[in-house]
Design a protein around this ligand. Structure first.
Ligand SMILES: *[C@@H]1O[C@H](CO)[C@@H](O)[C@H](O)[C@H]1NC(C)=O
Ligand SMILES: *[C@@H]1O[C@H](CO)[C@@H](O)[C@H](O)[C@H]1NC(C)=O
Ligand SMILES: *[C@@H]1O[C@H](CO)[C@@H](O)[C@H](O)[C@H]1NC(C)=O
Ligand SMILES: *[C@@H]1O[C@H](CO)[C@@H](O)[C@H](O)[C@H]1NC(C)=O
Ligand SMILES: *[C@@H]1O[C@H](CO)[C@@H](O)[C@H](O)[C@H]1NC(C)=O
Ligand SMILES: *[C@@H]1O[C@H](CO)[C@@H](O)[C@H](O)[C@H]1NC(C)=O
Length: 484
C-alpha cells in the first residue's frame, strides 16, 4: 500500500506538502444546491492555506482524514461560497493513534470544536454507520470544494458533488478501506470529505491512484471499522453545556446618532496583551454566575466590597479572590449585589455595581484592595491598563484561564459618545468576559469595563464607566454598612 501512497504523493507534488497529501477535488459531477449538504465542513489551515473537507457528526465533532492534520486548523460550518467564509471555529485535532503518513493506513481524524456548533437549517450533522459490518449500498456520493480538473489547480468556491459506485473491497488494495473508480470523483482538496451511501457517511476521502486506463482508483477510510475508536473518543467528552461567558440577553443601545451597532453585553477584554504575572493583580476578582456560568471581572475596593459593572448582575453571583488560574478556583464568596439605581439595560447608562461580600476578605499577599478616585474631577493619567479572563479573540469563544492585561491609552471623552464614560480604542483590549474589570490608570481604578463597539477602521472602541462621577453614590452605599 505504501507504494500507492507514494505514487499519489509524487503525482501531486505541488500540493503534497510534507505531512499533507490532500487528494482530489471533485472532477466531473455537479454543483450542489446551496446549503443542501449542511453537514459539510470546510477546513483550512490558518498558516499554510491548505484545505480539506470534513463533516459534522455531532455538535462538537467534525470527522475528516488524519492526513489533513496541520498545525492551525480552522473549521467553517454552513459554507456556501468559500470566498465568503463565516467566522471559523478552532479545533483540537484527534488523529487516529495508528495513522501512518507513510502508508496512509488509518486515515481518520476527529476534530473537537472549541465552540460547539448551533444546529440550524444550514448547519446539521450526518449519521455514521451503526454497526461495524453494516452492509453498504453501492450507490454513493462524494462532495468537496477541491480541484475540478485532475492536473490543474482549480478549486471550486462552491460545493460540488458526484455520484460514485463502490467496487469490490478486494480490489481496493488495503484493509479498512472502501474504493470507487471512474473518471469523475474526488480530487486534490477533497480529502477528508464524506463518502455518503444510503444517507450515512460510510467513508472518508483519503487518496487516489492513477490506473493504466486513465481512470482513478479512489480510496476511502472505511468508517465502520473505526466505530469503537470513534465511540471511545467522542464519549470521553460529553456535549459541553454552555461552559463560559454565556452572553446574556442584555442589549446596550448606543447613544442616538453616535454608534452604528449595539455593543455587546458581556464585553471582552484581553484581546492581545500579555499574561499578568501570577497574583500580580491581587485586587482582581473573578465573578461567576452559579447557574448560568456567565463570567465577569471585578475588583476589591474594601474588605467587604467588590466593584463591577451593573450589567454583570445575574441571579446567583459568586466572587473568587486571589485567583491565579480559573481552572483551580478557591472557595467562592456569596454577595449581595447593589447595582446603581439608575442603571439602564436599554442604554447601558450608569453601568456600575457594588457587591457586598457576605464574608469579608482577609487581605494578604494575593488578596488586596485597589484605590478608586478621591475626587470627582481628579485628573487621570492617559496611560492605563485593563485586565481580565475574557476572550482572547473578538469573534471566538476563547476565555483565558490566566489573567491577561493590556496597555491602553485614553482618548478624548468627547469622542466617547456618552456622558459618565471613559474610552480607549485600538485593535486589542477588553472583550467578552472582561466586563466589570478595572481600567487602572496611575495605580487607581478609574473605569469599569462596560461595552465595546467595532469601528469602521476595524479597531474597537472600549467604553468604561467613569468611576469618579459616581463617588457620592459609592460612598453613600459603602458608608451605610459599617466596615468590618
Ligand atoms: C451561494 O454562492 C453562489 C456563488 O457565490 C451564489 O451565486 C449563491 O447566490 C449563493 N447562495 C446562497 C443561498 O447564499
Ligand atoms: C457506538 O455508539 C453508538 C451510539 O451510542 C451505538 O449505537 C453503537 O452501537 C456503538 N458502536 C460501537 C461499535 O461501539
Ligand atoms: C498560575 O497558573 C499558571 C497556569 O496554570 C501556572 O503555570 C502557575 O504556576 C500558577 N502560579 C501560581 C503561583 O500558582
Ligand atoms: C490569602 O487569602 C486567601 C483567602 O482570602 C487564601 O485563599 C490564600 O491562601 C491566602 N494567601 C496567603 C498567601 O496567605
Ligand atoms: C508585553 O510584554 C512585552 C515583552 O515582555 C513588552 O514589551 C510589552 O510592553 C508588554 N505589554 C504590556 C501591555 O504589558
Ligand atoms: C463615607 O466615608 C468616607 C471614608 O470614611 C468619607 O470620606 C466620606 O465623606 C463618607 N461619605 C458619606 C456620604 O458619608
Amino acid at each position: 500500500m505504501s507504494l500507492l501512497w507514494h505514487i499519489t504523493c509524487l503525482l501531486l507534488l505541488n500540493s503534497c506538502t510534507p505531512g499533507f497529501s490532500m487528494q482530489h477535488g471533485i472532477v466531473g459531477g455537479k454543483v450542489s444546491a446551496p446549503h443542501s449538504r449542511p453537514y459539510m465542513v470546510y477546513i483550512r489551515d490558518k498558516l499554510r492555506k491548505a484545505t480539506c473537507g470534513g463533516f459534522l457528526v455531532r455538535e462538537d465533532y467534525v470527522m475528516t482524514a488524519a492526513h489533513c492534520k496541520l498545525s492551525h486548523l480552522m473549521v467553517y460550518l454552513g459554507v456556501n461560497d468559500t470566498n465568503f467564509l463565516p467566522d471559523g471555529i478552532e479545533v483540537d485535532p484527534i488523529p487516529h493513534p495508528k495513522f501512518s503518513m507513510k502508508t496512509g493506513d488509518h486515515d481518520i481524524m476527529l476534530l473537537k470544536l472549541k465552540t460547539p456548533a448551533t444546529l440550524n437549517k444550514i448547519v446539521g450533522t450526518i449519521n455514521l454507520p451503526k454497526t461495524v459490518n453494516e452492509k453498504i449500498s453501492k450507490n454513493c456520493m462524494v462532495m468537496g470544494w477541491g480541484w475540478k480538473k485532475n492536473y490543474h489547480e482549480s478549486p471550486s468556491n462552491v460545493l460540488k458533488e458526484a455520484n460514485v459506485n463502490l467496487i469490490d473491497s478486494e480490489n481496493c488494495g488495503m484493509a479498512d478501506t472502501l474504493c470507487t473508480e471512474g473518471s469523475s470523483g474526488p480530487a486534490q482538496g477533497d480529502s477528508g470529505g464524506p463518502l455518503i451511501c444510503g444517507g450515512a457517511a460510510q467513508g472518508i476521502v483519503s487518496f487516489y491512484n492513477n490506473k493504466a486506463n486513465a481512470d482513478h482508483l479512489l480510496v476511502y477510510t472505511h468508517i465502520s471499522h473505526y466505530l469503537p475508536w470513534i465511540n471511545r473518543t467522542m464519549m470521553s467528552s460529553e456535549i459541553p453545556k454552555m461552559l463560559n461567558q454565556v452572553s446574556t440577553p442584555v442589549t446596550l443601545h448606543p447613544a442616538p446618532g453616535q454608534w452604528t451597532s449595539k455593543p455587546d453585553n458581556h464585553q471582552v477584554l484581553s484581546v492581545g496583551g500579555n499574561v499578568s504575572g501570577s497574583h500580580s493583580r491581587p485586587y482582581m476578582v473573578y465573578i461567576r454566575d452559579k447557574l448560568r456560568k456567565a463570567t465577569c471581572g471585578g475588583f476589591l475596593v474594601r474588605e467587604d466590597y467588590v466593584m463591577t459593572a451593573a450589567h454583570c448582575k445575574l441571579s446567583h453571583l459568586m466572587v473568587y479572590l486571589g485567583v491565579n488560574d480559573t481552572n483551580f478556583l478557591p472557595d467562592g464568596i456569596e454577595v449581595d449585589p447593589i447595582p446603581h439605581p439608575k442603571f439602564s439595560k436599554t442604554t447601558g447608562d450608569h453601568d456600575i455595581m457594588l457587591l457586598k461580600l457576605k464574608t469579608p476578605a482577609t487581605l494578604n499577599k494575593t488578596v488586596s484592595i485597589i484605590t478608586f478616585p478621591k475626587t470627582e474631577n481628579e485628573e487621570i493619567s492617559k496611560d492605563c491598563t485593563v485586565m481580565g479572563w475574557g476572550w482572547q479573540d473578538y469573534h471566538h469563544e476563547s476565555p483565558s484561564s490566566v489573567l491577561k492585561e493590556e496597555s491602553v491609552t485614553l482618548i478624548d471623552s468627547a469622542n466617547c459618545g456618552t456622558a459618565d464614560a471613559l474610552c480607549t480604542e485600538g485593535s486589542t483590549g477588553p472583550a467578552r468576559g472582561d466586563s466589570g474589570g478595572p481600567l487602572v490608570c496611575g495605580g487607581v481604578a478609574q473605569g469599569i469595563v462596560s461595552s465595546y463597539q467595532k469601528q469602521k477602521n476595524g479597531d474597537h472602541l472600549a467604553v468604561y464607566t467613569h468611576i469618579s462621577h459616581y463617588l457620592p453614590w459609592i460612598h453613600h452605599t459603602m458608608n451605610s454598612s459599617t466596615q468590618q
